[in-house]
Design a protein around this ligand. Structure first.
Ligand SMILES: Cc1ncc(COP(=O)(O)O)c(C=O)c1O
Length: 295
């Protein structure tokens, strides 16, 4: 993800005040910064309305509960903050990064000295890949860096710890690819560095189960809904790299990514890109966004 492109146009809601993102500061003793101790959501807005806000706030609540982090704001206050920020930024479409840190504390990982988390929401433009790649499909590698084991950190927690995802993404960049797929310790497919992965095989849509190490993505769920509406068989299935290499189609899903077709994986060209199932779902996805965010 490249947020820098939009920083000049970016606004930040920080603990109740809206300001240019470049002026938004939190103390260096915040454990979110010192230890990656906190949770976050990435949320898109279209037509000046947040898409699937309820699902994102639900996941934020659960992520915070899972790490024992009291949210400093209730759901209504978070909804108000999101609405105020979208109102303040002069663009109809964009990306929101909602972060809740553990807050300021003393040195040492024990969070008991952190009395109140900091909450900030950055509103910015988000272009994960350029329009041409979005149409033609992206190059993907399978990273040597593995995802954290599910019995080490539950993949449903959307925490501020992304280091192994960052290392995987760096591997992709070094290989001239746009995204990396992470495997779990058993060599099964988990997800991309910031997106979920789907393949199409024999007209069925397959994605790894969360228990293999995938985030329970909001967009992943939307795609399941859309597949059901389209009469496309869709199921969770453990996948090996072989399944990716031999798939008819592959695409990634995420709030930042939306739906992105994959052209090749580790140099193996996929049979179809963009494939028929992807194109069908992409049209439905765009229609759903327009419908759900219409005033
Ligand atoms: C590791 C990871 N997997 C998957 C996703 C996609 O999830 P969602 O569709 O909820 O954005 C994200 C999004 O940030 C992510 O960070």
């Amino acid at each position: 993800m490249d947020f820098n492109k939009g920083v000049s146009k970016s606004l930040c809601w920080l603990n109740g005040k809206i300001m240019p993102t470049a002026q938004a500061c939190i103390p260096v003793s915040d454990h979110g910064l010192l230890y990656g101790d906190g949770v976050f959501e990435g949320i898109r807005f279209y037509q000046r309305r947040a898409f699937r806000l309820s699902e994102h706030l639900h996941r934020l609540r659960d992520s915070a509960a899972a790490i024992g982090l009291p949210l400093p704001l209730d759901r209504a206050a978070l909804e108000t903050a999101v609405a105020e920020l979208i109102e303040a930024i002069a663009v109809p479409e964009g990306y929101l990064r909602l972060v809740v840190t553990r807050g300021e504390g003393t040195m040492g990982i024990d969070p008991s000295s952190c009395k109140r988390g900091n909450v900030f929401i950055i509103a910015t433009q988000m272009e994960l890949v350029d329009a041409e790649k979005r149409q033609q499909g992206i190059r993907v590698i399978i990273a040597a860096t593995r995802r954290l084991p599910v019995d080490g950190l539950d993949p449903r927690i959307k925490s501020l710890n992304y280091l192994n995802h960052i290392l995987a993404r760096m591997e992709a960049g070094n290989a001239g690819a746009q995204e990396a797929i992470l495997l779990n310790a058993r060599g099964h497919v988990c997800e991309g560095s910031a997106d979920n992965v789907y393949i199409v095989r024999d007209h069925a849509l397959l994605t790894p189960p969360v228990s293999d190490g995938a985030l329970d993505g909001v967009t992943r769920r939307v795609v399941m809904e859309l597949a059901a509406q389209a009469g496309i068989a869709c199921r969770e299935e453990t996948l090996a790299p072989y399944d990716l290499y031999t798939a008819d189609e592959c695409f990634l899903t995420g709030t930042g990514a939306e739906l992105i077709p994959v052209r090749d994986i580790d140099g193996r060209l996929l049979r179809q890109c963009p494939g028929g199932v992807y194109l069908d779902l992409q049209v439905r996805f765009q229609a759903l966004i327009q419908w759900e965010t219409a005033a």
